[in-house]
Design a binder for this molecule. Structure first.
Ligand SMILES: [Cu+2]
Length: 317
């Protein structure tokens, strides 16, 4: 049984470019525009890292400080767009063979602008809910690559690196074959006057071990309640909401995005989240209706709510 799985997987491993990276950010559902080379230290390709001892693990292979920042406040809801080829609704985000955890770490840039040292704090993690992998839920509709987390509500004012990471475990039955997809974005965060610093403590240069049972793992053996590698989530982080579940003041309805920059696509944020959103305005390309839909049903000016099928209507120009 395991042997046949192994063959099937091995034959797919030649899909060389079915990988992923992050291209843009929303703050409280407001589009911050394309971030590559602006506020995201985006690697030149969507290829994974394999060597956990490499300093590239810190912020991937293009870890160079940028002049741009995402401006946000402590407690804001942040959405990160993962994509495979381009940020188009037809993009597959990542190949469906890829399963594993999804995390967010943060580091204070005043300690190291390139994230060197034991300065990283985990603020979000999602491994599995039962047997459902975080990465599968991130890839599938309606999430479609939009990773949501909350800036720790008590975090002090400062400049920060936000390091989101996917670990794809589909070939991790061999040591050294887990695929790491770290992505660093630069944030300027305004916090409360009594804000607290990140505790730090984790160093991505050598922090992971290739033989960690969460990194060297056979995911075809029926894994449930997977333990995400790395440190525990910070006690001052916002409560973790698993990918695909609503609540917590997030706006998970903005799962489609435009390929064009059109910086004027300023959405009206829905600050209270799903459930009572019939009067609110959805983001451009976001869901605005469909069978069972309880989120926002109005569309921003210049777009109309157009039914794509029984279950899904979308704000389209
Ligand atoms: Cu891949």
């Amino acid at each position: 049984m395991r042997f046949s799985n192994f063959i099937a997987v091995a034959s797919f491993s030649s899909i060389a470019t079915a990988h992923t990276r992050i291209g843009k950010v929303w703050v409280n559902a407001i589009d911050q525009g394309d971030g590559a080379g602006v506020y995201i230290r985006q690697p030149p390709t969507n290829n994974p890292l394999l060597d956990v001892t490499s300093t590239d693990m810190i912020c991937n292979v293009n870890n160079n400080p940028l002049s741009g920042y995402v401006n946000a406040k402590s407690g804001d809801t942040i959405t990160l767009q993962w994509f495979k080829e381009n940020m188009d609704p037809s993009d597959i985000v990542i190949d469906a063979s890829h399963v594993g955890p999804v995390t967010v770490y943060m580091a204070d840039m005043s300690l190291s602008a390139t994230g060197q040292g034991a300065i990283w704090t985990k603020v979000y993690q999602d491994g599995q809910v039962g047997s459902s992998w975080a990465l599968t839920r991130l890839r599938e509709d309606p999430v479609h690559g939009k990773q949501v987390f909350t800036i720790p509500p008590k975090l002090k004012t400062g400049t920060y690196l936000v390091r989101a990471e996917i670990i794809a475990l589909h070939e991790a039955y061999d040591v050294g074959k887990a695929q790491f997809y770290p992505s660093c974005s630069q944030f300027k965060i305004t916090g409360p006057s009594d804000g607290v610093a990140l505790p730090g403590g984790f160093n991505f240069a050598g922090g992971y071990s290739a033989t960690d049972p969460s990194i060297h793992i056979d995911v075809y053996a029926g894994v449930t309640n997977y333990k995400v590698p790395g440190p525990a989530v910070w006690s001052n982080a916002a409560p973790v909401i698993p990918i695909g579940q609503s609540g917590g003041g997030t706006n998970p309805t903005t799962f489609r995005t435009s390929t064009t920059k059109s910086a004027t696509t300023v959405a009206v944020p829905t600050t209270t989240g799903g459930g009572s959103g019939s009067g609110c305005v959805a983001d451009q390309f976001a869901q605005c209706g469909g069978s069972g839909w309880t989120g926002c049903t109005k569309c921003p000016s210049g777009t109309t709510c157009q039914a794509q099928n029984q279950w899904y209507s979308q704000c389209l120009p």
